[in-house]
Ligand binder design. Structure first.
Ligand SMILES: NC(=O)c1ccc[n+]([C@@H]2O[C@H](COP(=O)([O-])OP(=O)(O)OC[C@H]3O[C@@H](n4cnc5c(N)ncnc54)[C@H](O)[C@@H]3O)[C@@H](O)[C@H]2O)c1
Length: 352
């Protein structure tokens, strides 16, 4: 029996992971702890909310009493930790919130796991920390990649807070023998992403005929991975990764922002039935983000060679699927952009 505490399960990647785990492992108990910040949306999980092996708890990962109570109450033997503040632009205006959630929140969970797991048990135990490739900093030269050995060199308050949390996870492994594992993944895209991030923001703006703000000249390069492939990788690493190890996850799929935006605009126009090139004029170059990393590129060959994972979707296929999802789910998008999504579930949990 595995009793897994997933944190941040109402967010973008977390909701895909919760859906995968709840459906794939009917004999596991999945406890989703999420504070429902602006980025948490239980509407992402409507299809699993009534499943008998799923429990939602509204709460803050920095609340040590709550976290230790959940360990005891559900006899937690696995943690998959995704809860975080995740948007770089917000970290530039409000770095303290990022330090609190991403660093202190991670430390709170580590300490609770360490204390609860002192008592002997036959169940396998694992603390899985989900992190980002942004901790490695920026790559300049084409043909170079981040490996698991790349030195940490974070540049934004977001990546600095994630780097710090990664260090705490390793420290708990090395100091207390906590059975930890970490993965560092590239940019995700797919359904249910909060529309402050590039792909859903731009799909929605094209639909509404609004401007598409591109940082600098759009020269920055990112590697993109379909979110369900990330969730599959987490499932695999959680079950088969080595204690104390780190795995890079990436799509083998680098795009210069402006090229990706051009393909995206073409795809949205095509699916909306607009003439080719119709929305290209919406592209607007704006002042670059401070500290904007030039290029990220992940070498995911360790995960591929050791655990046999690879992305299931070609980027073009994943992008069309994603655009189609947002166009088919305009009500979801409208409820997020209007703020209505917060009302129903927040009222329900606040009144308890
Ligand atoms: N999105 C990406 O492209 C990407 C890539 C690599 C790694 N990651 C990492 O994956 C994880 C999930 O990213 P995402 O894009 O799904 O994020 P997200 O912003 O969509 O979701 C974060 C979730 O965490 C919850 N949360 C925030 N603060 C909390 C707190 N104090 N207590 C409990 N819950 C809290 C939010 O309510 C939300 O549901 C993060 O750790 C992020 O660093 C993201």
């Amino acid at each position: 029996m595995r009793n897994i505490l997933v944190t941040g399960g109402a967010g973008f990647i977390g909701s895909h992971l919760v859906r995968l785990l709840v459906n794939k492992y009917p004999d596991y108990r999945i406890v989703n702890l999420d504070a429902l910040t602006y980025a948490g949306n239980l509407e992402n999980l409507r299809d699993v909310e009534g499943m008998p092996n799923y429990t939602f708890v509204k709460g803050d990962i920095c609340d040590y009493e709550l976290v230790t109570r959940l360990f005891r109450e559900y006899d937690i033997n696995g943690v998959i930790h995704l809860a975080a503040e995740s948007h770089v632009d917000r970290s530039i205006t409000d770095p303290f919130t990022f330090a609190r959630t991403n660093v202190l929140g991670t430390l709170t969970l580590l300490q609770a796991a360490k204390e609860y797991w002192k008592q002997p048990s036959d169940a396998p135990r694992r603390f899985y920390h989900v992190s980002t490739d942004e901790v490695y900093g920026a790559l300049e030269a084409a043909g170079t990649f981040f490996t698991e050995e790349t030195r940490y060199d974070p540049h934004s308050p977001y990546s600095a807070s994630k780097a710090s949390s990664d260090h705490f996870v390793r420290a708990f492994h090395d100091t207390y023998g906590l059975p930890t594992v970490i993965s560092n993944c590239s940019n995700n895209y797919g359904p249910y992403q909060f529309p402050e991030k590039l792909i859903p923001l731009f799909i929605n703006n094209i639909r509404l005929g609004k401007k598409l703000p591109v940082y600098g000249k759009g020269e920055n390069v990112r590697d993109w991975l379909y979110v369900e492939d990330h969730a599959r990788a987490i499932d695999l690493i959680f079950h088969e990764g080595k204690d104390g190890d780190t795995y890079n996850i990436g799509g083998f799929n680098e795009w210069k922002n402006i090229d990706l935006i051009t393909v995206l605009v073409t795809a949205v126009d095509c699916l909306l039935g607009n003439p080719e090139g119709h929305s290209m004029d919406l592209i607007t170059f704006v002042t670059d983000r401070p500290g904007h990393d030039a290029r990220y590129a992940i070498d995911a060959s360790k995960l591929q060679d050791e655990l046999g994972w690879e992305p299931s979707l070609q980027f073009e296929e994943g992008l069309i699927k994603t655009v189609q999802w947002y166009l088919d789910n305009q009500e979801w998008m409208d409820r997020v952009t209007s703020g209505d999504y917060m009302e129903y579930y927040n009222n329900m949990y606040n009144n308890r």
